[in-house]
Design a protein around this ligand. Structure first.
Ligand code: PEP
Ligand code: MG
Length: 580
């Protein structure tokens, strides 16, 4: 039966593919203690479930001749796990020794194995934890009487299709681990449109719909899905007519992309001759080719915290140095802005180690980003030394996230000086004049921007957090996503004030939040005086096409008038007029 789900379009584009359900099985199983006489029966039930799932995988394998290589690889890995004593023998022992029900025994063993995989240094091996989770989920579904065989039959007919991840929630750490898989799309029950999960989907240039509320419960493994990231819609088991329409739309989108590519080598200049710089946001060194392919003139934001996620240890100075050097060298002389880690909040280093900790009710207001860096001086020095060492290989700028207070800036500058002086002592070369900038992400920073302008070499406005904190809405909470509004008059006032103050002080200012990559807002930002934009590589040419057609001398007076409006409907009308 075909049905449609509505959520938040977090990343545009269209994907057509088969559902691949991901969940944390732990949430779904009951914990029972068996009477001794039932233990053998329980082991037999467990063995039968393993055998059935193995059989299902074998049938799937027979039907994957023309399927994407990823699907065949998944099946092989999952089959291998089902033949491994760690997943076959150990749960039997747990059932016998602890008299647990089969599901609970399997989940305990899964958690043990996931913990082991997380310790691996090799990212490929670390990522295998997802395979363990998925294969365990298959067995649990069989044990719970949801074998998903109907879906399996349906999968036989459209072998060539891509995979779409269906999850209740995906943390930024989960999502970054998918980067190499090249899934066609993500959909989740929870999450806001500027959550880091959404940002990662955009950076991978794949459609995503979040905040669907119960997709995970309504969709079955292997069902066919259309994900329309623009409209925030997921169509489950579409009928052939709808499928044809979407295939046509996909072709049109491809055509538009090809046309945009022609703009790549032309300079980014407005009709009235103003130069504009378009930079890329990246999460890992491996994103550099996408940035260059997208036409980036530099990296405007390297979110270094992603180097710290999905691992049991910390990257040491040498490992970080290699990563930063790789980006700088990869960009071949173009500027690279490296943001010191913005850990904490949703990018927690130890998400599972909080059992004994105080429960943090407002992690977004807690010890994240520069607050964490200043409270962990050793970790901060390691990163600063690594960045400084990489600065001899090309133009690097250092960017500090989440600053609010003058004393935080002063302490940060002192920490940078300390790192520099230790390198001087060791006669290690680095750029003595490395520019140091601050992110404007907290309303206090935007309002008291003079504190920043007097101390720093450049500013970068992080609209994702600036909007979150100005409007007091959690950017990762789908329940308040409709209140997330870049056009709120208060947000526009803060943006305009920051850009104008920086211009007056002669301090370069960029926007690196999602606002910079939204073509509907390009003319507005140009009119406010913005000349440096940083965004996902996939957005650069779309924004560039708007810039090439803009006459700022004509736009600026209209934007000034617009900023005097504070009635939302009038503001929207004015934006439509500006873009007409
Ligand atoms: C921002 O807050 O706008 C930003 C660019 O940083 P992040 O999205 O990583 O918080
Ligand atoms: Mg931010």
């Amino acid at each position: 039966m075909s049905f449609t789900l509505h959520g938040l379009g977090a990343s545009t584009g269209i994907a057509i593919g088969r559902a691949m359900l991901m969940s944390h099985a732990t949430l779904e199983v009951s914990h029972l203690t068996l009477a001794p006489r039932l233990v053998d029966k329980e082991i037999a039930r467990f063995d039968k479930a393993i055998a059935i799932v193995k059989g299902e995988l074998a049938t799937m394998k027979e039907n994957t001749e023309h399927a994407p290589a990823e699907l065949a690889a998944f099946i092989d890995i999952h089959t291998m796990f089902l033949e491994d004593s760690e997943l076959v023998e150990k749960p039997r022992e747990i059932i016998r020794e602890r008299r647990c029900n089969a599901e609970w025994a399997l989940v305990q063993q899964m958690e043990h194995l996931v913990g082991q995989f997380e310790q691996f240094d090799d990212p490929y091996l670390r990522e295998r934890k997802f395979d363990v989770i998925q294969v365990v989920e298959r067995v649990i579904k069989e044990l719970l009487g949801h074998p998903g065989r109907a879906a399996l039959k349906a999968a036989k007919h459209t072998k060539e299709e891509a995979l779409i991840v269906v999850a209740h929630d995906l943390s930024p750490a989960d999502t970054i681990a998918f980067k190499d898989h090249r899934f066609a799309s993500f959909i989740t029950d929870v999450g806001g449109a500027t959550s880091h999960t959404a940002i990662l989907a955009r950076s991978m240039a794949i459609p995503a719909v979040l905040g669907l509320e119960n997709a995970r419960a309504l969709i079955r493994d292997g069902e066919q899905l259309i994900v329309d990231g623009m409209r925030g819609v997921v169509i489950v088991n579409p009928d052939p007519r709808v499928l044809d329409e979407y295939r046509l739309r996909m072709e049109q989108l491809e055509l538009e992309k090809t046309k945009l590519k022609r703009l790549k080598s032309s300079p980014t200049v407005t009709l009235d001759g103003l130069d504009v710089a378009l930079h890329a946001n990246i999460e890992l060194p491996g994103d550099v080719p996408d940035a260059l392919e997208g036409g980036a003139e530099g990296i405007g934001l390297f979110r270094t915290e992603f180097l710290f996620l999905n691992r049991g240890d910390m990257p040491d100075e040498q490992e970080q140095f290699e990563a930063y050097k790789k980006v700088v060298k990869g960009m071949g002389g173009r500027p690279v802005t490296i943001r010191t880690f913005d850990l904490g909040n949703d990018k927690d280093l130890h998400p599972d180690a909080s059992a004994g900790d105080r429960v943090k009710t407002n992690p977004a207001l807690g010890r994240r980003a520069i607050r964490l860096s200043l409270s962990e001086p050793k970790m901060f020095q390691t990163q600063l030394r690594a960045i400084l060492r990489a600065s001899r290989y090309g133009p690097i700028k250092l960017l500090i996230p989440m600053l609010a207070h003058a004393h935080e800036i002063d302490q940060t500058l002192a920490a940078i000086e300390q790192a520099k002086s230790s390198l001087r002592g060791e006669k290690i070369a680095f750029d003595e004049n490395i520019p140091i900038g601050g992110m404007i992400e907290i309303p206090a920073a935007a309002l008291a921007v003079g504190i920043f302008l007097r101390r720093l070499d450049f500013l970068s406005i992080g609209t994702n957090d600036l909007i979150q904190y100005t409007l007091a809405i959690d950017r990762s909470d789908e329940q308040v996503a409709s209140l997330y509004d870049p056009l709120h008059p208060a947000v526009l006032m803060l943006l305009a004030h920051t850009i104008a103050s920086a211009e007056k002080a002669g301090v370069p200012v960029s926007v690196c939040g999602e606002t910079a990559g939204d073509p509907k807002l390009t003319r507005l930002l140009l009119g406010m005086g913005l000349r440096i934009f940083s965004m996902h590589p996939s957005q650069i040419l779309k924004v560039k096409s708007r810039i090439l057609k803009a006459d700022v001398s004509e736009i600026a007076p209209n934007v000034r008038k617009m900023l005097r409006l504070d009635e939302p409907s009038k503001l929207r009308e004015a934006l439509d007029k500006l873009n007409a």
